[in-house]
Design a binder for this molecule. Structure first.
Ligand code: HEM
Length: 201
């Protein structure tokens, strides 16, 4: 429903400013690339499926910049919310997915920082379980996005190919800001410099 194209500029924006993340992603890709014909540099969805840090890096972008920043729910029957607020049938409840993604009480003091490590388990080689009502970029409950895994798979494939083959730098002096609309796009787009990376494998 929401598109990967809303997320990709934010993902490359985050990655370009976090060389450590790029380096960890390249380390994840390295053993896969070494099994390929030299110079291929393109990764199949199956090959990136198990890459934990690459997924964590994308989740972190989606936490900070959810393409659907607001969820709108209509109350079916009179009820009391867990917070104690009373709602009546027909009321409309707006949920700010964007705010939930950057609440200190949920994500800690560094809630505004881009830090894919927060998604990792204690031993660092798995993703920790984060419930969908906390990470709401794909919605939660029965109407959760059925395209989540397809979206992640496609974004992983694109990020892997770009980050393996190129150095991406954000052009200085641009105004990076979200567009006020129902999807969280970049208002002015993102200008980057892309340099081919010389590789032996
Ligand atoms: C970054 C990519 C994506 C994000 C963040 C995303 C997010 C969402 C969200 C938040 C909803 C709930 C909307 C609502 O009811 O208020 C939704 C619904 C939906 N998404 Fe996605 N989506 C993404 C990609 C995709 C893809 C690639 C597909 C299909 C291959 C897809 C298929 C759907 C469908 C069919 C629904 C409606 C489900 C229903 O009404 O029960 N989405 N998505």
């Amino acid at each position: 429903m929401f598109t990967r194209k809303d997320t990709m500029p934010w993902a490359f924006y985050n990655l370009a400013q976090n060389p450590r993340t790029v380096s960890i992603i390249r380390n994840e890709l390295s053993p896969i690339a070494s099994r390929k014909v030299p110079g291929t540099g393109i990764f199949e969805p199956e090959e990136t499926k198990s890459l934990v840090y690459l997924r964590a890096a994308l989740y972190e972008t989606l936490r900070l910049y959810p393409p659907a920043p607001t969820e709108r729910k209509t109350v079916v029957a009179d009820d009391t919310m867990p917070s104690g607020h009373e709602v009546r049938a027909g009321d409309i409840v707006l949920v700010s997915v964007h705010s939930i993604g950057i609440m200190e009480g949920m994500w800690g003091k560094d809630c505004l920082d881009y830090n894919p490590d927060r998604w990792l388990s204690e031993d660092g080689d798995k993703l920790q379980h984060v419930p969908s009502h906390k990470f709401m970029a794909f919605n939660s409950g029965p109407r959760i996005c059925p395209g989540k895994e397809i979206a992640i798979m496609q974004m992983k494939t694109v990020v892997a190919a770009v980050m393996w083959n190129f150095d991406v730098e954000v052009v200085e002096g641009q105004s990076i800001q979200p567009k006020l609309s129902c999807s969280l796009q970049m208002k002015n787009g993102l200008r980057v410099t892309v340099k081919l990376k010389k590789r032996e494998i």
